[in-house]
Design a protein around this ligand. Structure first.
Ligand code: GCU
Length: 412
């Protein structure tokens, strides 16, 4: 009995702590948003501006000098299963910082095929042992991680021993066999996720965007890089650039959400355990908070975001609004039970709180009234699951993402 009472109290307090969330359908001036055109013309632009200024920072858009170089096309990759295409993206033209986009297109699918586009943590060469993938020349992190063996990283440089070390999180063959192309880029090609911040990668092409307090942070840079990868995919006839789902895990999941919110060309967003500054709500005051984000990762968000240190529970905006900016395009928010840092329930509450916008725009909502049981996937216009285990990308996650993509991106 005592336990039941305690459980009820805890549930109550968790819900109560999400009370007072800003309403996605009430504009800053108090106007109620009741039509799709009011959303598009009034609320959506003001939310984009709010998050750009106060949290993520200003991105440069599509650079005029950007150029692409398709430096590899192998129609017989992965034992003939795929065509491997590698495209160097030079945001400022060549010579200059370069982002390598790796694309595998299934050979046995009728094209143009839909695409899963994800950023990776350890280099394109780490997602598959395929010797044809160009080894990154960018800096590589060597901090110990449970899900990747980094012994092959020497003085922050990738070596041949790093090929395929992160393959477990990237089921390339499975994705291809389901009829999707897979495209990926490396986070360090985009921006340095280490000291000296802002000094290398594509982000360093825009020093003027580091001047103000709405500076171009790493999360925004990764989000922007998703858009530049899409610019490149738009030129590739074997893939359907109108059916691109973006995927990111953890910090890269934070970026995928912001990319989906800010670039409406993306057809779908898959956010894997994005946590604080991603899908979770700050207002509940559970898990990683704003002070920690801004202290441990001072390069991720705009300097303006530091105004909110310690103010998680009174924030005038919150992450459900970022999810709502993706509407009516489908978004999947995934949590892991032991990933307490990301407040799994808070990710669910945020996704649910975005639902009114999806419904207003004629899409399906999130078909769950309560936080779903561990290991159960719910899939409407918004998808959600919390799987057993810790912070990782697992087979269970990919299975749901591919089913969700089939539901929305494949012709019925
Ligand atoms: C840290 C950070 C998280 C982030 C994660 C990751 O744990 O606190 O916010 O999501 O790194 O990107 O792996």
């Amino acid at each position: 009995m005592k336990h039941l009472l305690l459980a009820a109290l805890l549930t109550l307090s968790a819900e109560a702590r999400a009370d007072g969330l800003p309403d996605p359908l009430v504009a800053n001036d108090g106007t109620k948003i009741t039509t799709a055109s009011q959303w598009r013309e009034k609320r959506r632009p003001e939310l984009l501006e709010l998050f750009t200024r106060e949290m993520y920072g200003r991105s440069p858009g599509r650079p005029e000098k950007m150029s692409f170089d398709v430096f590899d096309r192998d129609e017989d990759a992965l034992d003939g299963k795929a065509t491997r295409i590698q495209i160097a993206i030079y945001p400022n033209g060549n010579p200059g910082p370069r982002m390598d986009l790796l694309v595998y297109v299934p050979n046995n699918a009728k094209g143009p095929v839909p695409v899963i586009l994800g950023l990776n943590f350890w280099g394109n060469h780490a997602i598959h042992p395929d010797p044809g993938i160009r080894l990154t020349e960018s800096w590589v992190e060597d901090n110990k991680q449970s899900y990747v063996d980094l012994a092959g990283v020497k003085d922050h440089e990738a070596t041949a021993a790093c090929r395929g070390i992160n393959a477990r999180q990237w089921p390339v063959e499975e994705i291809l066999s389901r009829g999707y192309a897979l495209a990926t880029m490396y986070r360090e090609d985009v921006c340095p996720d280490h000291v000296p911040y802002f000094a290398s990668g594509a982000q360093s092409c825009f020093p003027e965007l580091q001047q103000g307090d709405d500076n171009f942070g790493c999360i925004a840079a990764w989000a922007w890089s998703f858009s530049r990868a899409l610019d490149a995919l738009e030129k590739e006839p074997s893939v359907d650039a109108k059916r691109v789902a973006i995927f990111g895990f953890s910090r890269l999941g934070k970026a995928a959400l912001w990319a989906g919110a800010s670039d409406e060309r993306f057809a779908m967003v898959l956010s894997n355990e994005s946590g604080a500054g991603g899908a979770k709500l700050f207002r509940r005051g559970i898990g990683e908070d704003i002070t920690r984000l801004n202290t441990v990762f001072p390069h991720w968000y705009a300097r303006n975001f530091r105004k909110y240190n310690g103010k998680d529970t009174e924030l005038p905006f919150d992450q459900h609004l970022v999810i709502s900016l993706i509407a009516p395009r489908p978004v999947y928010v995934a949590s892991a039970d032991d990933d307490k840092h990301s407040d799994p329930e808070g990710e669910f509450v945020a996704a649910k709180a975005a639902e009114p916008v999806f419904l207003l725009l004629g899409s399906e909502g999130l078909p769950a009234e309560k936080w779903p049981a561990v290991g159960t996937s719910v899939q409407g216009g918004i998808g959600y699951h919390v799987r057993p285990g810790g912070h990782d990308v697992m087979e269970f996650d990919w299975k749901q993402y591919l089913d969700f993509a089939d539901k929305h991106l494949k012709p019925r």
